[in-house]
Design a protein around this ligand. Sequence first.
Ligand code: CA
Length: 219
Amino acid sequence: MQILLAEDDDGVAAALVEVLYDHGHVTRRVRHGRDVLTYHRSSDLLLLDLGLPDLDGLDVLRALRAVSDLPVLVLTARGDERSVVRGLHLGADDYLVKPVRLAELLARIDAVTRRSRGRAGTGTGPVRVGDVEIDLDVRRVTVGGDPVGLTTKEFDVLAALAARAGTAVSREQLLDEVWGDAYHAVSRSLDVHLTQLRAKLRRPELLTTIRGFGYRLGE
Ligand code: CA
């Protein structure tokens, strides 16, 4: 498993990386909270220290949860109940008070990943919305049975919406998934891609703008 570890203490980080490695996990260790928002996509689980030099871990968690369901285990030296409760409220899957006991850490990692696999979607066929069919595996789109040519980015935007058809997807989530940056500097290009998609699919009613939030594909 790929684990992302956000921990600014070199000694703690080295010990954790070593024990995780011994148990078959590959760990990317970062010191700063902002790096979590860069590397979370290539990870299966985040171990998040709350006391980071640049951002409060709880703020990192809040920003991450706006774009990702990545399982998160909070590591807290504080041991204070308020941080823990807030962390769980903000979407942490579990927490450990430092100093972390390694057997407990490994057990919690197993439990959290088992739970997250349980809630992940099952394998999917093509997504159908009206007479639009979006095959995410082979990256093909048809409307009324006719193939539609999309650019890579147009397809990526449509795929991100299709993966959650019928629900509103925030701009930040789309920017994060398609451009790899939730706070993409030229977020207007997202609107340009949506305009293009509406024109190419010729089903403008299927792509709804949710003002001040994002977009939705389908009813
Ligand atoms: Ca720390």
